[in-house]
Write a protein that binds this ligand. Structure first.
Ligand code: SAH
Length: 362
């Protein structure tokens, strides 16, 4: 019989496991804390469990993190990219991102950007992950395991998590939310949901669902254009979910949850940086409680882009700053994201496991 990996299981899942072995339910809570709070790697270290039960666990279960194959440190900043091998031999990446210098808790903060899928089916024209195509969804264990593995390999604890690595979290909603439940459980890693951000390319229906389910994590939307015709070209998902439908969903979300949403916007020269774009963005931002993150475009030249992907040009730093100033003048909170990790292809949108590339950028 195949052994079951206990990483990523909730207390309820573990109850099913322990009762299946003829043990009382409360053992599940004990195992959960050993795995997620004390983070032991062997059943023998679970010292409050009877030896006989520890042996039964070792016969039927494992404690497996995704295996760190390489750890690449940027020479320009504190970014570190982790390449993992999963149980089936597939690879994914996570990135530890240095804090903004002006962050209040900059010294303590370690933000980890994690993946939710192997590859991605959405085909956003500016994103390197798209060139991998879609392979499969990650399990809750593979999602939580990225955090546990990086935590075990780092001196600083992981303090913030962003679901902005490979893949579209809304297409793997159940596993992502189960991972969030495990990460936020008080008897485990105990992450505050306010330190977890889920970023989507724009599934209006799922944004409404998160609001209705009163999920406490933060929400980010990769917006990039408010003009349907431009956004459709950049992000084909817009053919399914229009810009207006998205804004309605975000307004619903921010009003219902009383939470601020983060709007992410890559500034492309000549494409979404005109006075009309600024006016549309201002109007949209005034509809809801939000903040805007302006992101510099990170080159995906290494994917050999063709067509529109090859034509995209990031706005210059000075022009992004001007863009930000115009939004601030309209009383909108704006951050200009820095480009940490570009030398190791670890900046936003640059994640792609090269040996698993399935198709070239068209
Ligand atoms: N699928 C999710 C999460 C993954 S992308 C989403 O779309 O939000 C994480 C962030 O990186 C998104 O805001 C995305 O738009 C941005 N991004 C993708 N490619 C990029 C690139 N080449 N340069 C800068 N940001 C990029």
């Amino acid at each position: 019989m195949k052994k079951i990996n206990l990483i990523g299981l909730t207390v309820e899942d573990l109850q099913t496991y322990v009762t299946g072995l003829g043990e009382p339910k409360y053992r599940a809570g004990q195992i959960f804390s050993w795995l997620n709070k004390f983070r032991v790697r062997s059943f023998d270290d679970m010292t409050n469990l009877p030896q006989e039960f520890r042996d039964k666990c070792a016969e039927t279960a494992t404690i497996d993190y995704p295996k760190i194959v390489t750890q690449q440190q940027s020479k320009l900043d504190a970014t570190c990219k982790f390449l993992f091998r999963l149980e089936d031999g597939a690879h994914i990446e996570s990135v530890s991102i240095p804090p903004r210098e002006d962050a209040v808790d900059a010294e303590k903060r370690q933000t980890l950007c994690i993946s939710t899928q192997i590859g991605c089916p959405l085909d956003c024209q500016f994103c390197a992950t798209a060139t991998m195509g879609f392979v499969r969804n990650l399990t809750p264990g593979e999602i939580v395991g990225q955090v546990l593995a990086v935590q075990a390999a780092s001196e600083k604890p992981v303090t913030n998590i962003v679901f902005m690595g490979m893949g579209e979290p809304m297409l793997n909603y159940d596993n992502v939310m189960k991972a969030v439940d495990v990460l936020t459980a008080h008897t485990g890693l105990a992450f505050s949901p306010r330190r977890i951000t889920i970023s989507t390319a724009g599934y209006s229906t799922m944004i409404r669902r998160m609001a209705d389910e009163d999920r406490k994590v933060k929400l980010a939307l990769s917006l990039h254009s408010l003009r349907d015709e431009v956004r459709r070209e950049l992000m084909p998902i817009t053919k399914k979910f229009s810009v207006n439908g998205l804004l309605d969903a975000l307004e619903y979300y921010s009003k219902k949850t009383k939470k601020s949403v983060m709007l992410e916007y890559i500034v492309f020269e000549g494409l979404n940086d005109t006075a009309v774009d600024i006016a549309l963005l201002t109007k949209a931002a005034h509809r809801m409680d939000c903040r805007i993150n302006l992101i510099p475009f990170h080159s995906i030249a290494f994917t050999n882009p063709q067509g529109i992907s090859a034509e995209l040009k990031g706005a210059k730093k000075a022009d992004i700053d001007k863009f930000a100033a115009k939004l601030r003048a309209a009383a909108i909170p704006v951050f200009v994201r820095n480009s940490a990790g570009v030398d190791i292809d670890a900046a936003c949108g640059q994640l792609a496991v090269k040996n698993e590339k399935q198709k070239k950028k068209k």
